[in-house]
Design a protein around this ligand. Structure first.
Ligand code: DI6
Ligand code: FE
Length: 431
């Protein structure tokens, strides 16, 4: 069962004191010398001030106090690529792959995305909501404060609508920022076999405009791959998005180098995701367009991929790198963003600061949320996490453990487990 805090949510307004700052993830109002403890002021659900505790402006001195016990404070985490809403699960394919089948073999045998499409179409909106709820709760319990949720398991107007409506409802029910992405061009639905052009026409001319008009689409994505949609088909979908003024992103170069990233960059894409096979031209195009590279170590691991994404090239070019769960029932049934940070370090050789920026600052940029999420700074909604660790590297170092953290989401304390963990270690703060 996912963790649910026994403590009901309450306002986070006041001065959060005695905190260590994850310096690379913050823009304090007053410079913070190394090893200096900081305070963070929340008023009306907004961060109002961040800086050294001994420089707290007098105007805030009378506000209620929240003990930080010397914990590390980071921005709320951002999971920028998930397929969280779907019917059923696909443990059978896990077994098939263990017996030697490849991702492409599974897809060709009628499994893969299309099997989730069958289960998603059969499920009611309420059933999809109930199934996704504990998955989302598991991510939130680890400090996620903003998440992207894609459609793409409906592949017909009414079923894509159902998925996107569930995504919106989840955000409202749990008080978390949800960005919805329309991924109608995820796979060819069985009723369109051999009629790919007709399906893309349906996506561009009917599904996307209808869902956008209902306010259900924050971004548009395509699975550009030889087992999915071509470069030409991808561009048609991007043009449809552009006509509606909706930003695009792309599942690109996961299994082969199709040149999708350079195409996406030409359309000013927010992000290109997976990108194991990305080449130098793609990197240069992403750099000049300001497109974020989203790394998905969970899918890499599940598929036992051996083609590493071009980390050194991305790093050298200065392309921001995000890290996400890619939560989906086929290739990444992952429900821990911290585990993905660990895997991005161990498998992809990201540094710890890169991995932590990847699940906060750069992930926010991949969703167009760089002005409100992923950085601790005044003027932003209060989304932050207090971690019981001595140094930031511990967030990527431990794995398989859900830390006992305190979470402030949308200005509310939604979990407060730090107290028990750290109070005993901090004699100045009693219990
Ligand atoms: N790439 C992925 O990693 C997921 N979708 C995609 O386009 C996999 C989706 C699935 O197998 O259900
Ligand atoms: Fe994906």
């Amino acid at each position: 069962m996912p963790h649910t805090s026994a403590i009901p949510a309450y306002s986070a307004d006041g001065v959060w004191e005695k905190l260590q700052l994850a310096a690379e993830l913050a823009q304090p109002d007053v410079p913070v010398p190394a090893t200096t403890l900081v305070s963070l002021v929340v008023q009306d659900g907004q961060i109002r001030w961040v800086g050294p505790s001994d420089a707290l402006p007098a105007a805030f001195a009378a506000l209620p106090r929240h003990a930080g016990f010397g914990a590390l404070v980071t921005p709320g985490l951002v999971d920028c690529h998930t397929h969280l809403v779907y019917g059923g699960q696909r443990a059978n394919e896990f077994a098939m792959r263990l017996a030697g089948a490849s991702y492409e073999d599974v897809a060709k045998a009628g499994g893969g995305i299309v099997s989730s499409v069958r289960a998603t179409r059969k499920a009611s909106e309420d059933a999809l909501f109930q199934a996704a709820l504990p998955r989302l709760q598991a991510l939130l319990d680890e400090g996620v404060c903003a998440i992207e949720i894609k459609s793409g398991y409906g592949l017909a107007l009414e079923h894509e609508r159902k998925q996107l409506r569930v995504a919106r409802r989840l955000g409202e029910a749990l008080g978390v920022t949800v960005r919805t992405t329309f991924l109608g061009a995820h796979a060819l639905p069985p009723e369109y076999t051999g009629r790919s052009a007709d399906y893309i026409k349906l996506v561009c001319e009917q599904m996307l405009p209808a869902l956008a008009a209902e306010g259900l689409v924050d971004a548009v994505d395509v699975f550009c791959e030889r087992i999915a949609f071509s470069l030409t088909e991808t561009e048609l979908v991007f043009q449809a998005a552009q006509r509606l003024g909706i930003p695009v992103k792309l599942h690109a170069e996961q299994i082969s180098n199709m040149g999708g990233s350079a195409l996406a960059a030409r359309y000013g894409a927010l992000s290109c995701d997976h990108i194991e096979h990305l080449d130098a031209d793609g990197i240069a195009a992403m750099k000049s367009a300001g497109t974020v590279a989203v790394l998905l170590p969970g899918a890499y691991y599940t598929l036992r991929d051996t083609q590493l994404p071009p980390i050194a090239g991305l790093h050298a070019a200065g392309v921001p790198m995000a890290v996400s769960t890619d939560h989906n029932p086929g290739t990444s049934p992952a429900l821990s963003l911290l585990l993905m940070a660990n895997m991005a370090c161990t498998l992809f050789r990201l540094t710890v600061p890169e991995a932590l920026a990847g699940i906060t600052t750069h992930a926010a940029r991949a969703l167009g949320l760089q002005d409100s999420h992923g950085l601790l700074a005044s003027g932003r909604p209060a989304n932050f996490v207090l971690w019981p660790v001595a140094e930031a590297a511990e967030l990527a170092y431990w794995f398989g453990q859900k830390p006992a953290c305190t979470i402030v989401r949308q200005g509310r304390v939604v979990r407060n487990d730090l107290r028990n963990d750290l109070a005993s270690k901090d004699p100045s703060h009693g219990a």
